[in-house]
Design a protein around this ligand. Structure first.
Ligand code: PGA
Length: 250
């Protein structure tokens, strides 16, 4: 049985004092969950988040990183830096980074390899645009993105990668994929992983759904056969709402 992994992606929101208050409250609200709870916070909140989340079941992640260990890359943060303060997870290839910061499949692949090299666990995002969906290309797009993202990884690394299927048209729009559509797309990704790395790896890899996940649709989505939890943007900014998503089965 795969575990459920529910990750909040705060994007460019929240200050250190808000981070501390939020995590103190969340820790109380989710202390009994069997799901894995992750918060991916801005770089400036990481240290505060890690301190506040100590001795709780909340894990902390970053939202991006460079693939190099160090060097002349003004404004970037390296995997070694994240690891040095005990960050555990890192989101790689979010559609907003692909769209606004020209992150390519090649860069995404380098970042995933580098994350593993430095002992970070990547949460890798894939997803189709509305245009691609409407022209019937969803399966082709998301399986190709998955293949390129994971290229050159060992089967063990693939098994330890979290994949977030996030249809771009569903992010921040209030539109969610139907649970059947989301489940089918995730099955397509899982089948591609089975083809490339074997059925055992495919059966174990965590694949989340992301895109307008809310407390009111979490149970339906997370109860589907292949959806192993969610990557939650907007709804993760409200601690009560996010805890209700984590506690979707209560
Ligand atoms: P959303 O964002 O939940 O606000 O749609 C999801 C994401 O971008 O990870």
């Amino acid at each position: 049985m795969r575990r459920k992994v529910i990750a909040g992606n705060w994007k460019m929101n929240m200050l250190p004092d808000e981070t501390i208050t939020y995590i103190d409250k969340l820790a109380e609200l989710v202390k009994d969950t069997e799901s894995e709870v992750i918060l991916c916070v801005p770089y400036t909140d990481l240290f505060y988040a890690l301190l506040t989340a100590q001795n709780t079941n909340i894990k902390i992640g970053a939202q991006n990183m460079h693939f190099e260990e160090k060097g002349a890359y003004t404004g970037e943060v390296s995997p070694k830096m994240l690891k040095s303060i005990n960050v555990e997870y890192v989101i790689i290839g979010h559609s907003e980074r692909r769209q606004y910061f020209n992150e390519t499949d090649e860069a995404v692949n380098k970042k995933i390899k580098s994350a593993f090299e430095y002992g970070l666990k990547p949460i890798v995002c894939v997803g189709e645009t509305l245009e691609q969906r409407e022209s019937g290309k969803t399966t082709e797009v998301i399986t190709k993105q998955t293949e390129l993202a994971l290229q050159g990884l060992t089967a063990e690394q693939v098994e330890n990668t979290i994949i977030a299927y996030e249809p771009i048209w569903a992010i921040g729009t209030g539109k969610t994929a139907t649970s059947e559509d989301a489940n089918n797309s995730i099955k397509d990704i899982r089948n591609k992983i089975a083809q490339n790395y074997g059925q055992n790896v495919a059966d174990r890899v965590i694949i989340q759904y992301g895109g307008s996940v809310k407390a009111k649709n979490a149970k339906e989505l997370f109860s589907m056969s292949d959806i192993d939890g969610g990557l939650v943007g907007g709804a993760s900014l409200d601690v009560q709402e996010f805890s209700n998503i984590v506690n979707y089965n209560k």
